[in-house]
Design a protein around this ligand. Structure first.
Ligand SMILES: [Zn+2]
Length: 107
């Protein structure tokens, strides 16, 4: 089943379920194939990093975001807060809008 992905890179989203429920962050990456997004500072996982002196990497434990399902996030409208994405079409022009206040989500 293919779900349309309305979230885009640099959108601000709010996490609505799971470990990081309530957190807000910027979308770093969208994975349309798996309907997942990578959100800044959300779903941090620890990762062992091997030292690599040539690349000036010290090694140890680093924290990194891991992708979460798009169904677990809501778009945050710049004018009214967490909302749903609506669509506006005028001829060829297509814009994502906030379903609550109709503000544009595409700058
Ligand atoms: Zn709004």
């Amino acid at each position: 089943m293919h779900t349309r992905v309305d979230i885009k890179r640099n959108d601000t989203v709010k996490i609505i379920t799971g470990r990081d429920k309530g957190k807000q962050g910027r979308v770093l990456r969208v994975f349309p194939g798996t309907s997942k997004v990578l959100v800044e500072h959300v779903m941090m996982v620890k990762k062992n990093v091997r030292p690599n002196p040539q690349r000036n990497i010290k090694g140890g434990i680093a924290e990194q975001e891991s992708p979460i399902s798009i169904s677990n996030v809501m778009i945050v409208c710049p004018s009214c807060g967490p909302s749903r994405i609506g669509h506006k079409r005028e001829g060829k022009h297509h814009e994502r809008i906030c379903r609550r206040c109709n503000a544009t989500l595409d700058k």
